[in-house]
Design a binder for this molecule. Sequence first.
Ligand code: 5AD
Ligand code: SF4
Length: 500
Amino acid sequence: MPLFNARLITNLPEDYSFSEPVPTQEPERQEYFTELCRNYVETNREKGINLTYAIVTFGCQMNVYDSERLKGVLEKMGYTEAEEREANLVIFNTCTVRENANQRLYGHLGQLKPRKKTDPNFMIGLCGCMMQEPKVVAKINESYPFVDFLFGTFNLHRLPELLFYRLQGNKRMIEVLPEPKEHVEIKGAKRKYPFKSGVNIMYGCNNFCTYCIVPYVRGRERSRTPEDILQDVRELSEEGVREIMLLGQNVNSYGTNYMEESKIVSENPDYGFPELLTDVCKIDGIHRVRFMTSHPKDLSDKLIDVIVRNPKVCRHIHLPVQIGSTRLLAAMNRRYTKEGYLALVDKIRTALPEVSLTTDIMVGFPGETEEDIDDTIDVVRRSGFDQAFTFIYSPRTGTPAATMEQIPEDIVKTRFQRLLDVVNEVAHERCGRFEGQTKEVLVEEENVQLEGYLTGRTEENILVHFPGNKELIGKFVPVKLSESKGFYYIGVCENPASAE
Ligand code: 5AD
Ligand code: SF4
């Protein structure tokens, strides 16, 4: 299936002259440009100008992790991190899964425009999913001429080259590829939390749910080899990372299409997500493993069995249902039924009674009726979700559902509220189930609202606030969950000395 009207959009200079040969291979080429940008930053520093950056991230965990890697690249150049309102270079890593994310970007751009007049060093860069839409690039070109550079999802690693050309005074730099050309992993992320990290196991998606733009902007499914992934995890462990989140649009179909030859896979052609998860758990130093996202049609018995046998795998599964009605699930091309989903939930709960299940639900998909919402409410009650992310359907250009007849906004809003009330009631009940128990918590940060308190997460991904010393940040501590507050707990750490 073609990606929109697939074509390369670029204006990179071809005749730029360098005093020495520029490496043609990656990652050496981008390392070379990183060095040139570093010289630029250094020259400014000598003149008393300390160049700073901010990356503003919209969207999913994948984008959060991509942004951490871009931060790592900018730090290598000598830029230092600052707030968006102060930084000399602001990069927006965009999301286009729903229209409101697009509108937020335009809002930020409008606000930043005056800075172009007051700060001669001020630059704006755009990247991520929105940039893969030709109509967005056209709009930026026309209405936001002050944007300095722009690139897409298939060439994230090329930031140094684009930035270099722009810093040299070339006009606005644009490079958007219609599909992946080569794959280059960016090493050396600057993580928000030094003790936890995402690891991409695959890119893209082949599912083509009829409402979803992801397959168009992230391309076809491509799995990284187990060798590369395990090597990343080993390196992260050596850097002190204790919790790993394996990332993919649909992790359960990992291994359908490997990007490169793999010895492990040639010896075991059935190597897939359960095998990868098992191998990741074997790596010393890694204490917790999470994964995101699971498509219900692909979550296998084998995977459930691996989770049961590996205490390192967190008892939390995010299992987007989208809607509870079999008829609409078919229209969405989800390839499971209401009964199939409920049977899967039963199977998971029987094998892992303590598991926390979370989901995504969409309201307002074309053709939806009140009965479809009744079905969804039924699924919410019977599944007992700990948390459900509820979204109003947003038509995305190029997807099949965008051409279907849309539901009027006021009806959608009423249905949304009806569903939300049940979601909150169920989540409130579920979250309270651990009250009085002691659970291991990974301490993330000091609590900004409650002085003297720390904030951490249980393996079920439930937030806990408890009094404690900031020395505990990055450690696992036993915390008694004394009081349920609905979606989080207030707790007490009875034995901080046992932190590990
Ligand atoms: N409109 C609203 N929500 C959407 N999602 C994906 N596409 C759309 C859309 N067009 C939601 C789905 C998915 C989550 C990441 O975003 O629920 O699981
Ligand atoms: Fe979108 Fe469906 Fe792929 Fe998820 S599985 S990214 S909802 S197409």
